[in-house]
Design a protein around this ligand. Structure first.
Ligand code: IFM
Length: 724
């Protein structure tokens, strides 16, 4: 592995699924899986679209739509298709250049005693979001006749059924067009394709077919372009201009767009090449799925690597990815928050549907904000029956996570306009939801949050989950601060909120916040300490079947084994509010019980480990997080539900660990503090941060912190005002 390149020098069919995610391209509008040009649905090719959803006939849930693949290309020689998944190759190389967002492959096939080399390079334009391009080159060591078939592949990989009806297609000489409609809402999708460099073609079933007499050692090369359009982009199609710009010009502007992205988001680690690449790779993944130009969609939990988790956005965005965006690309951060504002009506509908008031945001959010999460979200491995899960109706912390994230965005960027752009209304609706959801216990003079699920999804319907209660308490405080802020900054707008908010003050004051016991441990929820004292290792020995689901009424539910960081997640989020002793006690207590069955877990343990000075563990968990999509070493099934793909929350968690954990970046309302504790093997760590309008350049070495770019903001190092 070079510093910016992920590569693989061999081929094994078992890696097809994993490599589709590992070598993913994307630009926020669409993702293109790391598959070979000749692959089709069976090899899990996907042009996965952000924010475009459908419900297939006879399916239980809506999912994101995969578009037909306009880069499909295959060579046939001596009647044999040069398809890596079916034909043994003499050699094979695949790479992803994460600096420039470029995928390449080089495969040598042997057909009838002739070595035929296929080389291809492709990118999904970061400069023009509807456009992708491919350069394809074939050579042979002896003269041979070949046929090139290239066009739009209508054979689309779908997890839950067919989503597109093909309405009409057009094929001119070097140009193909496929017009589709989604099954449920009849939304339109258009896929265009064009090539340059093929002669004497015949067009058949959306394929250009060219017969070529290849001369020994002469390169035969052509380029092609794909355009994918839906929603607003249908109104501004400029495909012939894009094609006329030419491959190299499109590639150059794409590279320039990436250069701009890395200028703000790169993090440089000296002394540890493996961590460096893993962290850059994580950042790459965040950038290829970011909604750069829209506030109509969130970031799917599996990025744009496919339809897993229905292409929906979870709390993953606010709690794991948003810190990266708010510090490096505030436009994307604002888009993400505005998307939540735009889906507030859906959150209100969900609350109403479940008999609540206010706004209960979707656990799995698609374009309208109605919950895509079903009541039966896991399939039982033993009976193949759907299992009742309570993720949708009880994971209430989601509404508080969003309030928290919005305030964090305001404080770091100094941009509070989101509050008067629907943000304050969102906060109000969320807090009204929590207030009306809570139970007031008169004998204890406190509000409690009963019947909820915290981050640890193995324990459903618990009372006073510490993470949830603390998060909601902060959201309640934030709402009151936001009210004051708007009152000061925008009295005209505030008039709308000049209503009786005494309930909100009372709720913020009296909401029960679980406290550490005499040993300093915070109980994950009421009664957790009374559960059977069993760790994941022991639980594993009780399993009857692989992929058995431990949640619901499953193995973990009566034990202390937890799926993912819960109390430790809380200590990570609110790291300034708990002492080192409390953090240490809880980290050490909960760590043995944590399965890390979710890729969201390790980064919380990494950051808190860094906080308590346990840099070895911090490093171990950091690497687990940062390499998750490189190794592909994650759970692939939840019950019998396939959950493979990329892991954006972990990608965000890797950045968070480096910056918030190792660099020790934290902030209060007006001050950014940097209190580093670098891993022993790192010589230095350098990165950029946007802080209240300043673009800070920070470099940390063993005995120095150097900061550039402070103009108006306040920055401290280990609590002392920074002096040059
Ligand atoms: O949001 C997470 C959840 O915390 C654990 N299961 C997977 C979801 C999507 O990443």
């Amino acid at each position: 592995m070079k510093n910016w390149v992920i590569e693989k020098n061999s081929f094994d069919a078992v890696d097809i699924e994993k490599h589709g995610s590992k070598f993913l391209l994307g630009n926020g509008f669409m993702g293109y899986r790391g598959t070979m040009e000749e692959y089709s649905a069976e090899q899990l090719v996907a042009v996965n679209l952000a924010g475009f959803f459908d419900l297939a006939e006879n399916s239980n849930w809506r999912e994101s739509v995969n578009a037909p693949n306009p880069l499909y290309t295959v060579v046939v020689a001596d009647g044999i298709e040069l398809n890596l998944s079916k034909l043994e190759a003499g050699s094979h190389y695949q790479s992803l250049d994460i600096k420039n967002g470029i995928h390449t492959r080089k495969t040598v096939f042997n057909v009838a005693g002739v070595n035929i080399t296929v080389k291809a390079e492709r990118f999904v334009s970061m400069a023009r979001e509807n456009i992708m391009a491919l350069k394809y080159c074939v050579t042979a060591d002896k003269d041979i006749d070949i046929t090139v078939k290239t066009g739009i592949d209508k054979n689309v990989w779908d997890i839950s059924g067919k989503h597109l009806n093909y309405i009409f297609e057009k094929q001119d000489n070097n140009y193909l067009e496929l017009n589709c409609e989604t099954v449920q809402l009849k939304n339109k999708l258009k896929v265009l394709e064009a090539f340059v460099g093929l002669d004497n073609i015949k067009n058949e079933n959306l394929l250009h077919i060219a017969n070529i007499s290849l001369k020994a050692n002469e390169e035969f090369e052509f380029v092609k372009f794909g355009g994918v359009y839906h929603s607003e982009s249908l109104e501004n199609i400029n495909f012939s201009n894009d094609v006329n710009a030419g491959y190299e010009a499109l590639k150059n502007e794409h590279i320039k767009a990436w250069e701009k992205i890395w200028q703000n988001s790169d993090v440089v680690i000296e002394g540890d090449a493996v961590a460096q690449l893993a962290l850059r790779y994580s950042i790459y993944h965040l950038c290829i799925i970011a909604p750069h130009n829209t506030d109509k969609c969130g970031i799917p939990a599996r990025g744009l690597s496919g339809q897993v988790y229905k292409g929906a956005a979870f709390w993953d965005t606010e709690m794991f990815m948003l810190p990266f965006f708010q510090f490096t690309d505030s436009k994307v951060a604002r888009n993400l928050l505005k998307y939540r504002v735009n889906t507030l009506e859906g959150a209100k509908r969900k609350a109403k549907l479940l008999g609540h008031e206010g706004a209960f945001f979707a656990w799995e959010s698609q374009e309208t904000g109605d919950d895509a999460c079903t009541l039966f979200n896991v399939t039982d491995i033993f009976t193949n029956r759907p299992l009742r899960t309570y993720f949708m109706d009880k994971q209430i912390h989601i509404s508080a996570d969003i309030v928290f994230a919005m305030w964090d965005y305001c404080r770091t960027t100094g941009d509070y306009t989101i509050l008067t752009d629907g943000g304050l209304e969102l906060m109000y609706q969320c807090m009204w939801f929590f207030y009306t959801y809570s139970a007031f216990k008169p004998h204890k003079n406190r509000y409690e949050l009963l019947d909820a699920i915290g981050p640890d999804e193995y324990h459903e319907r618990v009372n006073n989950n510490a993470f949830t209660n603390v998060m909601v308490k902060h959201a309640a405080d934030i709402f009151l601060l936001a009210i004051d802020k708007v009152k000061d900054d925008n009295p005209e707008y505030f008039k709308e909120f000049n209503i009786d908010l005494s309930w909100a003050y009372d709720f913020a004051k009296k909401l029960y916040v679980p406290q550490p016991n005499e040993k300093g441990i915070i109980e994950q929820f009421d009664g957790y300490f009374k559960l059977e004292d069993v760790t994941p290792e022991i639980l594993k020995t009780r399993e009857l079947k692989k992929n058995e689901y431990w949640g619901g009424h499953g193995l973990a539910s009566t034990t202390m084994t937890l799926k993912q960081a819960d109390v430790v997640m809380m200590l990570n989020v609110f790291r300034n509010e708990y002492s080192k002793e409390i953090k240490k006690a809880n980290w050490e207590f909960y760590e043995p019980y944590t399965e890390h069955g979710s890729s969201l877990s390790a980064c919380a343990y990494a950051i808190v480990a860094a906080e308590i000075g346990n840099t070895d563990w911090a490093y171990k968990y950091f690497m687990k997080t940062a390499t998750v999509d490189l190794t592909g070493d994650t759970k692939q099934y939840l019950g019998s539900q396939y959950i493979g793909g990329t892991h954006p929350a972990a990608n965000g968690g890797a950045w968070n660990t480096a910056i918030l954990g190792f660099a020790g970046v934290s902030f209060t309302n007006d001050t950014l503090d940097i209190s580093p504790r670098l891993p022993k093997n790192w010589d230095s760590l350098a990165f950029k941060l946007n802080w209240k309008g300043d673009k800070l350049g920070i470099k940390i070495t063993a005995n120095q912190v150097k900061i550039e770019g402070i103009t108006n903001s306040k920055v401290t190092v280990y609590g002392e005002e920074y002096k040059k």
